[in-house]
Ligand binder design. Structure first.
Ligand code: PEP
Ligand code: MG
Length: 755
């Protein structure tokens, strides 16, 4: 038996020279296998590349019959090579032919070879091919040789990833890395986006694979690991994390990995074999990912995320790359792909260039989703594994309506979507034509259409959408995307900018609706078992009057000399309105004392979103100047269904009898008292639901800006009286069956109402 190979380092250096030679891809591949065989004193060295049809095709060989190149093929799972690809693990066999999976390929002439060592060619945990060496004699390859071959496989992975081998593919075949993939996720934002992948955290591309000085590289790695450990320990010491919670669990997992001796040892080993410190991190990360990805245990799969994060961080430390975006130019049709990101990070991108957003995590009410919706970006969340499936620059389609992502779509899928986008654009054009018309129903009822907003980026939509004002300004969004509590001046500046942009159009500012799922990272609150029903919105505002008073002062000052409409969220008890009014009065008096200009007119309103108010409507109407129905929360509480829990959130129909009866009761009571009522939950932006609301008697709806066109088109075609009569009958019919939605869609169809 021979000793361990003389020098994987020598081999890597030689490969680097080959990579730089101005030769064809096939010649380069041939030279590489020849070099590996010579260096490892093997009679055979072969490279198989995985095709999109699941076949591993021989792309180059030294030792097997040359005619077999591009002919010899095995399916994933078939033969030794297929087994390696399937399991993403090396196979080291002294007597290959006695292995149960062995399959003889006559065209290769491999029957003379006894020992066999094969390793997967991996990139970001994905198998791209298999690299094999074989010898005539019976022998077991040393661990060092296995390691050396794995290291060498990285060079081939790079060649495949940069697309160098694509030209070698047989006609009609395709390398798997470029295979079209459809990933099903969760629809987060309407619309469809076609473009090219921009990884939010670009895989740090390790360009220097081959190290010159192993000792120096080892020292660099040690220093980087030390700084990584310090970072994790520092995080764990932070006050807000020291208490228990999800963050702490994640960081504990980080700490466990950061101190994992096996991890560190494997990286040092890779350096000894000739890699740079960063290439060593990448290699071990890819091996580990391949191993953990095959785990079905969700706990272990989650740990993979933690491990990945940590390895990426280590790479960044080593390569001196800050966290986040690199300064590279964004393409004009960027689709941002990320595990997850903060809302502020999304705002850092140039909006003009973003066509879509895809997240591996991300729920419908997460901050980044709210901002993406405000920006009108097609988004999909919970797209499992998307980050390791794509490369920067890959063509990609985000279908925010179906909740699907198409990576590297085939031409027919792409043209179908391009058609869809054109169709939507045409519809948008039709909406633009009616933008400046009033929303009057076919039978002459005037409906006011307003938009919801919360950020400066929303303001241009006021003019673009033709909204008659802002029916709901969610002030908490400014707080949610900030790194610290916005100061009085900052709040005032935002409110003044909103009022300036709105001009004579009314704006309804809702006081802070934080708490529940709307958490502020810098505001420490105790963990709650039922946050949606916990210390949130006006409850928190009244318990922490400092916060609410600052906001009220900012609103009063911003609205000097103008009308100010203030609305309270989550009102449960009428006393909450009285207390807030007292706070406002105090501040108004303060303003007058200091001879500041007060708002010309102050109107106070309440959100109707807690069911208790349904039984207080007769008294509520005497306390406020207007009300607005928060149908999102009202449905959540009326049906005891968590709006953020995708398992149950679509279980109960928003167009069901109990909910519509509740909505009718609100509009009736308000009508009797002559009190203005708006509905500002998401249903107002759905044409069928909006049609129903108008049928119930609502004459003011507030929705996302993008929904205004479709809702106005529906309104103009609606015979209101006829629908109201149908609704009265079906809602009052105590023997009636449940087909309300069917009645409504049937009505719209029969009347030719565009939905
Ligand atoms: C609602 O609950 O319907 C609403 C408009 O408020 P938010 O979605 O901000 O809770
Ligand atoms: Mg609400």
């Amino acid at each position: 038996m021979r000793g361990p190979p003389a020098g994987p380092r020598v081999l890597l250096r030689r490969l680097r020279e080959i990579m730089a030679e101005p030769i064809s891809a096939q010649e380069r591949l041939d030279k590489i296998v020849t070099q590996i065989a010579a260096n490892m004193v093997a009679e055979v060295c072969s490279t198989y590349v995985l095709r999109s049809d699941g076949v591993l095709e021989l792309y180059a060989t030294e030792g097997l019959k040359r005619e077999a190149v591009h002919h010899a093929q095995l399916r994933v799972g078939q033969g030794l090579v297929g087994t390696i690809a399937d399991e993403a693990r090396p196979l080291n066999l002294p007597d290959a032919q006695s292995h149960p999976a062995f399959q003889y390929l006559p065209e290769t002439g491999e029957e003379q070879y006894s020992s066999f060592l094969g390793v997967p060619i991996l990139r970001a945990g994905r198998t791209l091919g298999v690299l094999v060496v074989q010898n005539r004699t019976h022998r077991t390859y040393y661990d060092e040789e296995v390691e050396a071959l794995q290291t060498t496989a990285m060079v081939l992975a790079e060649m495949i990833a940069v697309g160098e081998l694509e030209r070698l593919a047989l006609p009609g075949t395709q390398i798997d890395l470029k295979r079209p993939v459809t990933v099903a996720g969760l629809s987060l934002g309407e619309g469809v986006g076609l473009g090219h992948v921009v990884l939010h955290e670009p895989r740090v591309v390790v360009t220097a694979l081959i190290g010159e000085d192993a000792e120096a590289e080892s020292a660099r790695l040690d220093a980087a690991i030390a700084s990584l450990r310090l970072f994790v320990d520092d995080m764990l010491q932070r006050d807000d994390i020291r208490e228990s919670g999800e963050h702490r669990d994640i960081l504990e997992a980080y700490r466990m990995f950061a101190h994992d001796r096996g991890w560190v040892r494997r990286m040092h080993e890779a350096i000894r074999n000739g890699l740079t410190a960063e290439a060593a991190v990448e290699k071990v990360q890819s091996d580990t990912r391949a191993r953990l990805q095959r785990q079905t245990d969700p706990f272990l799969r989650d740990r993979l995320h933690d491990f990945d994060d940590l390895a990426n961080r280590l790479l960044r430390v080593l390569m001196n790359k800050p966290h986040g975006l690199s300064g590279e130019e964004l393409p004009r049709d960027a689709i941002i792909v990320a595990r997850n990101m903060g809302a502020a990070e999304l705002l850092d991108y140039d909006r003009e260039r973003i066509r879509g957003l895809v997240l591996e995590e991300g729920g419908p009410t997460s901050h980044v989703t709210i901002v993406a919706r405000a920006l009108g970006i097609a988004s999909v969340g919970r797209a499992n594994g998307i980050v390791s499936l794509v490369e920067n620059g890959d063509p990609i389609i985000v279908d925010g309506i179906a909740g699907e992502v198409h990576v590297r779509p085939p031409a027919d899928v792409e043209s179908a979507y391009a058609e869809k986008v054109r169709f939507r654009a045409k519809r948008q054009e039709q909406y633009r034509l009616i933008r400046d018309q009033a929303a009057v129903t076919r039978d002459g009822h005037r409906v006011t259409l307003l938009m919801n907003a919360g950020l400066l980026v929303d303001l241009p939509h006021l003019a673009e959408s033709g909204a008659e004002g802002i029916g709901l300004f969610r002030t908490e969004l400014q707080f949610m995307i900030a790194a610290r509590m916005p100061k009085l001046k900052e709040q005032q500046a935002l409110y003044a900018a909103v009022l300036d942009a709105a001009g004579s159009r009314p704006v309804t500012f809702r006081t802070l609706d934080i708490g529940g799922d709307k958490v502020l990272p810098y505001l420490r609150t105790a963990t709650e078992e039922n946050p949606a029903m916990g210390w949130r919105a006006i409850r928190l505002g009244l318990d922490r009057p400092g916060l609410l008073r600052t906001q009220i002062r900012a609103l009063l000052q911003a609205a000097a000399g103008r009308e100010l409409r203030v609305m309270l969220p989550m009102v449960t008890d009428l006393d909450e309105i009285r207390q807030t009014r007292a706070l406002i009065e105090r501040d108004l008096a303060h303003l007058r004392r200091h001879r500041h200009e007060a708002p010309a007119r102050l109107l106070m309103g309440a959100m109707v979103e807690v069911p208790a108010l349904l039984f207080e409507l007769d008294r509520l109407v005497k306390e406020v100047d207007f009300i607005s129905v928060g149908s999102n929360d009202l449905l959540q509480f009326l049906t005891a269904t968590d709006r953020g829990n995708t398992r149950v959130s679509s279980r109960f129909d928003i167009l069901s009898r109990p909910f519509l009866r509740a909505l009718r009761q609100i509009v009736r009571e308000a009508g009797k008292a002559g009190l203005p009522v708006t509905l500002c939950g998401e249903m107002a932006g759905n044409p069928l639901a909006a049609m129903t609301l108008i049928g119930l008697g609502y004459r003011s709806l507030s929705m996302s800006a993008a929904a205004l066109g479709p809702v106005k088109a529906m309104t103009q075609a609606l015979p209101t009286q006829k629908l109201s009569e149908r609704l009265e009958v079906i809602l009052d019919d105590s023997n009636g069956h449940d087909g309300i939605r069917a009645m409504l869609t049937g009505f719209a169809e029969a009347e030719g109402i565009p939905l």
